[in-house]
Structures are given as structure tokens and as C-alpha cells.
Design a binder for this molecule. Structure first.
Ligand SMILES: [Mn+2]
Length: 451
């Protein structure tokens, strides 16, 4: 069926009075309680079971997104926990890998959550910091969404097992025997894969709203030529048919003779996308430290080319503001050094994404900082690491880096005099290569055998 036909069917479906709706095959009971009720009650129940000495917490599946905590990760983990609990009868709790207070760093998340009826997210959602008092993590069954490697910081008493995996990042080929489903395929948004799994399910409208918001943020409102691919467009159509926005706004076609409208052309989709992206891009209230930690992911690499194969730790911060506006005059170096110390990093990559002033073109810079304060092992060869990183980045055809005109060797003339323990390089890069592209390149540079 063509895209237009499918849309036409969708608009027909939404337009007709509810009592004439075709009976959709549903494997879930009618959604009586709201999404917010579901979240509050599972959170309460989980925390009660965690306190219970008889090990009830082991029956739960902990559903986690990645530690960058964008809307995709939050929406995907909430929705997947709901699906497993309500439809597959597997008690599951969504756990956010962030500090409760860090929720404030992303205004678009707070907005989308409140549109989905989650108006007190700090009380209604579960954060890793809520479980910090436990020496061993209280559950051992995990479902991962929007990433596909369980962080090494989870160390339950029983061997951890990843029972399900839904993601759209590069596949690290883990949990091949234990994860069911194990879905790792490209998409603009992981939320689209989750929505696809709910095809025959009677989902609460707020959950459709939340997933739809995540897809719109990740795909720039589903605009053609953007990051949306077919799975995102199909998921959005399905979610629109279930969402409270569509039902209340009544913006879909009402006249048989007008051609059907694609989601990205619908008024309420345009408005919602714009609202979310305005909130996302307004980070004017954030200082450099918040910019570095707001959208941050961390990795560990084993270095097979180095004697005694040490493990190093690297971080990648995505920042929606160009360096000149927040990182000049040594700020990049001092703030990076402080953040690297806090997280125990050997390498930090700062990836900026913004629009150029003149024609509004997409642009990206990447600043790389290597710190030599605290080597991972005695006799660690920082020269080899540094050379390897610079030459690996320059050789990558997709990244297509060029020396940054203004900050090529850092934001100060005398880096070595001011920051004796830092090595810094700054590049401009392919404007389409996001962290999803950069992270696997970094892994290959670090973990490749050849020097
Ligand atoms: Mn994602």
C-alpha cells in the first residue's frame, strides 16, 4: 500500500465516530488507568519489593535507556516497561540512568512528559540515584532500550541477564542468546521500534503522545530529507491515530475530496515539533559544565595495541551551541579538565551541533581533550594514544574532519603553559555525522590492532 493510501486510511479511521470504529484486534485490556498512575504505582511497588528481604525485586525487569537521557531514551523505557507489564505480564520498571536533578537540564523532556500527564516526573519516575544506597543492585533482569550494552556500573548479586533489547545504535553483538526480542536496526528514533511492537495493542493516549514527541524531536518533525526513515513514518502514523492530540485537536482531514495529509504537514505535528525543538535548543540558561553533562555518554575501551592492554575511559558530550559562544579563552580546557576529573576520563570529545548564522546551514565541530594526570596504568604511553587518536580521526572518511580555523590547537595560544596535562585538538566535521557515527569510529580507533 502506498504512503498516501495508508495516510488516507488513517484519516478515514480517525474521522469516523468512535462507535463505528472497526474492531481492532487487541491483546491488551482497555487502558483504564492513566500512564502517570501506572508509573507511580509500579515505582511504589518496586521500591517496596526492593526493601523486602525475600528477594522479590529479582522478579522485576529493569528497563533502561542510555545515560544521555534524551526524550527518546525516556519515552522508550517508559513505553517498553508498560508493554511488558500490561501486555506480557512481566512486571517491569523503567529506570532512568540520571540524577533526579539532571531532569531539569532538558526543558523539552519536562514539556513532553507534562503533555503526557506526567507533571511531577521527579516523584513519578525512578532514577538510578534512588537506588544508590544498595551495595549490590537489587535486580538482575534488564531490558535495554536506546543502547545495547549494559553499563558495568550495575553489579547485582546474581549474574545480570539482558532479557530484551530494542535499539537503533551500532550493534555491539551482545546478549545474542538471552535477549528476546533483540531488535537493533537503524531508525531516526528508538521510540519508533517500540511503537512498532505495540501495533495490535490498545495503548493509553498519553503513551502515544510521549512516543510521538520523541519521534518528532529525533526526526526534526518527520520532515522529508531529514533523519526519519520508513519505520519512523509508519510508527508516527500509528501513534497519531492513538494520540490525544489528534483526537482533541481535530486537525485531520474532514473532507473526502481533499488529498490526504502526510504527518509532517499536519498543523498539530508542526506546532508540537516546533515547541519541542525550541525548548530543546534554548540552553541559554546553562553554563559550560551543564552543557558538557546535559547530553553525555561514556565508554570504556580495552587497548589491544598497548602493552598490558589497559582500559581507558572516554566521554562524548553533545552540545547544541558552537564553541565560540561558550568555550573560548580557555573555558573549553578548564571545564573539560574539571568534568574529566569528576568522571575519571582519559579522553573527552565535545561534539557541537548548531546552525550557521548566515544561511542557517547545519554545522558541527568536535573538540578532543586528552588528559595525562591519571594514567590508567603505570608506564602508560600517552604519546601513542594521542597520535593514534589524531591520525585516526583525520583518516576517517565519513567524519571528514578539517582543522578548526579558530581553535585548531585549543582555545588559548599557550595551552601547554596553562594546561600542562592536556592535549587538545579541534576540528570541523561532516555536519551529518552525529555521536551515533562518532562513537563507533572512536571505538575502532581505540580498539583496532594496527597502529
Ligand atoms: Mn535514540
Amino acid at each position: 500500500m502506498s504512503f498516501l493510501n495508508r495516510m488516507y486510511r488513517l484519516s478515514t479511521f480517525v474521522r469516523i465516530p468512535r462507535m463505528y470504529e472497526p474492531q481492532r484486534q487487541s491483546i491488551a485490556p482497555a487502558a483504564a488507568a492513566t500512564l502517570a498512575d501506572f508509573l507511580s504505582s509500579t515505582r511504589e511497588q518496586y521500591l517496596r519489593d526492593v526493601q523486602d528481604a525475600s528477594g522479590k525485586a529479582q522478579n522485576w525487569t529493569v528497563v533502561m535507556g542510555n545515560e544521555a537521557g534524551d526524550l527518546d531514551t525516556i519515552a522508550s523505557s517508559i513505553a517498553f516497561a508498560w508493554l511488558r507489564t500490561k501486555v506480557h505480564n512481566q512486571p517491569s520498571i523503567s529506570l532512568l540512568q540520571m540524577d533526579r536533578d539532571d531532569l531539569d537540564l532538558r526543558a523539552e523532556n519536562l514539556h513532553a512528559l507534562s503533555l503526557a500527564g506526567i507533571s511531577r516526573p521527579k516523584d513519578q519516575l525512578l532514577f538510578v540515584t534512588d537506588l544508590i544506597d544498595f551495595h549490590t543492585f537489587p535486580s538482575h533482569k534488564f531490558a535495554l532500550v536506546d543502547h545495547n550494552r549494559l553499563s558495568s556500573s550495575f553489579n547485582p548479586k546474581e549474574e545480570p541477564v539482558v532479557v530484551a533489547l530494542v535499539d537503533h545504535h551500532a550493534d555491539e553483538n551482545l546478549y545474542l542468546d538471552s535477549a528476546e526480542p533483540r531488535i537493533i536496526t537503524p531508525s531516526g528514533s528508538c521510540a519508533s521500534h517500540i511503537a512498532t511492537l505495540m501495533d495490535n495493542v490498545d495503548i493509553p493516549p498519553e503513551l502515544a503522545d510521549l512516543l510521538l514527541s520523541a519521534i518528532l524531536i529525533d526526526t526534526d518533525g518527520l520532515k522529508p530529507g531529514g533523519k526519519a526513515i520508513d519505520v519512523d513514518r509508519k510508527a508516527a502514523e500509528f501513534l497519531i491515530s492513538k494520540s490525544s492530540f489528534a483526537l482533541s485537536l481535530n486537525t485531520l482531514q474532514t473532507n473526502d475530496t481533499t488529498p490526504p495529509t502526510a504527518p509532517y504537514e499536519m498543523d498539530f505535528i508542526k506546532t508540537l515539533s516546533e515547541e519541542l525543538s525550541t525548548k530543546k535548543n534554548d540552553v541559554s540558561h546553562l553554563g559550560p559544565r551543564d552543557l558538557l553533562r546535559r547530553d553525555y555518554k561514556q565508554y570504556e575501551f580495552v587497548l589491544p595495541w598497548h602493552p598490558d592492554t589497559p582500559i581507558i575511559r572516554a566521554g562524548l558530550s553533545t552540545v547544541p551551541v558552537k564553541l565560540a559562544d561558550w568555550a573560548a579563552n580557555g573555558k573549553l580546557e578548564s571545564e573539560s579538565e574539571a568534568w574529566m576529573k569528576e568522571r575519571g576520563l582519559h579522553i573527552l570529545g565535545v561534539l557541537t551541533a548548531y546552525r550557521g548564522a548566515s544561511k542557517g546551514k547545519r554545522k558541527r565541530e568536535m573538540a578532543w581533550v586528552i588528559q595525562t594526570h591519571s594514567p590508567p596504568t603505570d608506564n602508560f604511553n600517552y604519546d601513542a594514544l594521542t597520535k593514534r587518536l589524531w591520525s585516526g580521526l583525520k583518516a576517517d572518511e565519513v567524519l571528514d574532519v578539517k582543522e578548526h580555523k579558530k581553535f585548531g590547537n585549543g582555545t588559548l595560544d599557550n595551552i601547554q603553559g596553562n594546561f600542562p596535562h592536556l592535549q587538545v585538538r579541534v576540528f570541523t566535521q561532516n555536519p551529518h555525522a552525529t555521536r551515533k557515527v562518532v562513537a563507533p569510529v572512536l571505538k575502532t580507533i581505540m580498539e583496532g590492532q594496527n597502529s
